[in-house]
Write a protein that binds this ligand. Sequence first.
Ligand SMILES: [Zn+2]
Length: 251
Amino acid sequence: MLSDQEVMHYSRQILLPELEESGQLRLKQASVLIIGLGGLGCAAAQYLAGAGIGKLTLADGDRLTPSNLPRQSLYSLQHSGQLKAELAAQRLQAQNPHISITALAEYLHTEQLPEQVGEADLVLDCSDNMTSRQAINATCYALGKPLMIGAAMGFSGQFLALHPARKHGCYRCLYEPEQAPPKGCQHAGVMGPVVAMMGLLQALESIKYLAGAGTVPWGKLHLFDGLSHNWQQYALPPAPQCPICGDKQCN
Ligand SMILES: [Zn+2]
């Protein structure tokens, strides 16, 4: 049940015929794991908290530096040096007291990742490196959890929604583990609004999936070029030899 306060709080969402109170209740009952509280995670977390996802888990071992601030809207300069997961949790809890937020101020390692993914209904990959992305993809497939992936570098953004129960490719089909980009954001630079756009797509598609509204573009790679404002979309077929999703094709 939603309390009277919650109905008031989420009134503009409940007015949407695609949500109504039943969709809002589904959001309240949902548990979402956000891995990475940088530019992607800040944007996604802000709108998932705002939308009333009942349980948010925020995982990141990073501490805030001033160079994060152009993209990471949940933080302030005065909090430099503090743990992002804890700062984000405090800020989001103030934004929405009706939800439960857990801060995991650490990088999720081999044992923690399956444990945390297993407890979530949905996972957002807002991380910034290939090793984490491959591990998150593999864990979500092993545990059958849907995954919203965002990425950005320079003026370019990527968004990809994956569902292990569906017959499309996975992140491992798209990139080999050793296929790390030559430069990370730290060296190549990144445009803040492009990162935020990808984080917001992760939030939007998560809300739609959890509330049962509209259609999620599962298995479609969306590429955005912020310099030309050009969008491209590709279907992601399963790679025949993929060690992560390959077996699923035989079922
Ligand atoms: Zn695959």
